[in-house]
Design a binder for this molecule. Structure first.
Ligand code: ADP
Ligand code: ASP
Ligand code: MG
Length: 409
């Protein structure tokens, strides 16, 4: 039976004309094995950053709609080039922008969510024997405006297309041959994970492992679509990979699956505010009203009727959040209002934590042994996260990776 495969190639995989031609050959091999193939591509590596720099050179605080018009162009170049590369090797292909593929999103520019995909036209092209090459990271809202899906969003395009087209497999080709116990570029002894659960991957992604965009994993989890992560730099087509699947939860769960980290956050503290009902709402509500997402929050027990709060926000939102916080603080008579951008969040993730105590204390002990101070702690069923000074991040990742026995042997 003919299989339908959705493949996604990230920026490094299509980073040069040579790479694009290599990818075209790989796609042709999959097609020649009797598969229908839909390909999602990112912008060539560095291109999205270049577009952001161009925007910042002109009007960094400009309208989000216009920024998305600029940001979406990177992927349009790649779909055209890859389609041409396929055509050249006698593999008829048709490129699709997000809007041509009818990828409908809400209108939250720069972080839009996919609402629906009308796959009728794509289906007809597939039946006619074309390879489809779809631009990742972009969609169109109900008014026809171009939207983008947030950094790393091509992963989400791929999973959403796989769901809409009821694909047999969703393959994410990148520059590593799968998901590792931590970023292999930070810890060279990180272990390859051949198979893992979507729930654990969801937690790893939300704690900062950028190998898959969190929204892509959310989609896969919701619709039970397995994802295979593999390298476009490997010679073979079915070599080493990681299968991330919903079925994995029935297998035996490991205690700690991996170590994730995030350098994109910043910490804010307000001290000496009255410990009264409504104060948390006044402080955090003002931040939320400005559309700034808060991650971790800690409130101290009160002392002499006063209390303090510490919380984290995305580093991009730090300046604005601090301004709002200090203004609210003034009106509440706070004794101080300060912040720190040079922090990092580090998390251990694993489904087995649900049924085992003592993981958190082992984590704190390992960090203490290295003299690493913890600013904040947050836990859930399957993860423990701490905030530390950014300068200790790499040491902390290596320490925890080792402490939980994750190194390759
Ligand atoms: P692409 O451009 O293909 O989307 P990304 O740079 O977004 O690629 O994602 C791949 C990168 O994710 C790897 O090069 C690796 O450095 C990083 N990474 C972070 N955490 C992990 C992990 N746990 N396992 C594998 N790679 C990881
Ligand atoms: N090109 C976009 C980015 O760099 C989307 C992606 O690569 O997935 O974030
Ligand atoms: Mg990516």
């Amino acid at each position: 039976m003919m299989r339908l495969i959705v493949q996604k190639y990230g920026g490094t995989s299509v980073g040069s004309p040579e790479r694009i031609q290599e990818v075209a050959k790989r796609i042709k091999r999959w097609r020649d094995k009797g598969n229908q193939v839909v390909v999602v591509v990112s912008a060539m590596s560095g291109e999205t950053n270049r577009l952001i720099d161009l925007i910042n050179a002109i009007h960094p605080t400009g309208t989000a709609r216009e920024k998305d018009v600029v940001l979406s162009t990177g992927e349009q170049v790649t779909i055209g080039l890859l389609s041409l590369a396929l055509e050249k090797i006698d593999c008829p292909a048709r490129s699709y922008t997000g809007s041509q593929a009818n990828i409908r999103t809400d209108n939250a520019f720069s972080k839009a969510r996919i609402n629906s995909i009308d796959e009728g036209k794509m289906r007809a092209d597939l039946e006619a024997g074309y390879i489809l090459v779809v631009a990742g990271f972009q969609g169109v809202d109900n008014e026809g405006n171009i939207t983008t899906l947030g950094r790393g969003g091509s992963d989400t395009t791929a999973v959403a297309l796989a769901v809409a087209l009821k694909a047999d497999e969703c393959q994410i080709y990148t520059d590593v041959d799968g998901v590792y116990t931590t970023d292999p570029r930070v810890v060279s002894t990180a272990s390859h994970i051949p198979k893992m659960g979507l729930e654990e991957m969801l937690e790893m992604a939300s704690q900062g492992s950028k190998v898959l965009q969190i929204r892509a994993v959310e989609f896969a989890y919701k619709y039970n679509m397995p994802i295979r992560v593999l390298s476009s730099f490997d010679e073979g087509d079915e070599g080493k990979s990681t299968l991330v699947t919903g079925e994995e939860k029935i297998m035996e769960e490991v205690l700690v699956r991996g170590v994730a980290f995030n350098r994109d956050e910043a910490q804010l503290t307000i001290e000496g505010v009255p410990d009264q009902p409504g104060v948390a709402y006044k402080i955090l509500g003002a931040i939320a009203k400005a559309n700034i997402e808060i991650d971790m929050i800690v409130q101290n027990v009160s002392s002499a009727g006063l209390t303090d709060f510490t919380f984290t926000v995305h580093r991009n939102d730090y300046d604005q959040a601090k301004k709002i916080l200090c203004e609210t603080g003034k009106s509440l008579g706070a004794t101080s209002c300060r912040g720190d951008k040079k922090i990092a969040k580090i998390s251990i993730v694993g489904g087995g934590m649900r049924s085992h105590a003592g993981v958190a204390s082992k984590m704190f002990q390992a960090l203490a042994k290295e003299g690493i101070n913890i600013h904040m702690i947050s836990t859930s069923e399957i993860k423990v996260s701490v905030v530390i000074d950014e300068k200790y991040l790499e040491l902390a990742v290596r320490t925890l990776h080792e402490a939980f026995g994750l190194n390759t042997v």
